[in-house]
Design a protein around this ligand. Structure first.
Ligand code: 3SL
Length: 245
């Protein structure tokens, strides 16, 4: 049974301190695009994903592993990093390319949010693609829950907060207690206003506008799909793997 009084939503990686997550179950949300890409990579047979905070950490790991079994992946400001095997478009993560491989994954906000959550009790990765599976898992958690939105360079990102609102709506059956946390109320209210048309409202967001100029609409349309999979990516001992089939 979820405690709705303690459920909290943080709207960017700069909006909390690591020790606020201790003993909590954390869900990291980066709809555009890190969470959606992680989910897709695992759906398509990637063995594991190692999230890193920056390029230095990524190259340190890459130098010490066998390049046949590992791929260096990610973006800076939305663009694939020079010398990396893959960028951050979910369409790049086909079974042919990622099947059986471990991915060293470095993104502008998403992997930083995951790294900052490392001291918590459980860490799951959520996008609209797996939202119902995440909600079902949260219903069975005994710890307090925090939804960590990756945002964009310390600012909130509409699409991340919208997903947090979707999760809070379902967990509360559409009725938040009056003493719910401020962050939860804001996310809940956002979903109330914009949740009816997720695709159209995300297309109007700052991050979608930025991505459209770089790469067009396809990734945004893909990441706005709801419940295409039931997989539950979870971080354990520095690696994201599947907790279920
Ligand atoms: O910030 C991130 O982690 C990325 O998902 C951003 S982008 O969609 O690749 O621009």
């Amino acid at each position: 049974m979820v405690n709705l009084q303690t459920l909290d939503v943080f709207n960017s990686i700069h909006s909390f301190q690591e020790d606020e997550l201790r003993n909590k179950t954390v869900v990291v949300i980066d709809v555009l695009r890190a969470s959606s890409t992680i989910i897709t990579a695992l759906m398509n047979g990637a063995k594991a994903i190692i999230p890193v905070a920056d390029m230095g950490e990524a190259s340190k790991i890459a130098q010490n592993v066998d390049s046949e079994n590992y791929l260096l992946c990610g973006e800076k400001d939305g663009i694939k990093i020079d010398g990396y095997d893959l960028g951050n478009s979910p369409f790049e993560y086909s079974n042919e390319l990622v099947g059986g491989k471990t991915l060293i994954f470095n993104t502008t906000n998403g992997t930083k949010a995951i790294k900052k959550s490392i001291g918590s009790a459980n860490i799951y990765i959520a996008a609209f693609l797996n939202v119902s599976a995440i909600i079902d898992e949260l219903k069975n958690q005994s710890q307090d829950i925090v939804l960590v939105c990756a945002g964009w360079k310390g600012r909130l990102a509409f699409e991340d907060l919208l997903l947090a609102g979707n999760i809070t709506h379902v967990l509360s059956d559409g009725k938040l207690p009056d003493d719910a946390r401020d962050g939860t109320k804001v996310a809940f209210g956002l979903y109330d206003k914009y949740g009816e048309d997720i695709l159209a409202s995300i297309h109007q967001s700052n991050h979608a506008s930025r991505l459209k100029k770089l790469i067009g609409d396809d990734d945004i349309n893909y990441c706005c799909q709801v419940d295409t999979t039931e997989i539950l990516p979870r971080l354990k001992e520095g690696m994201i793997t599947l907790t279920n089939g």
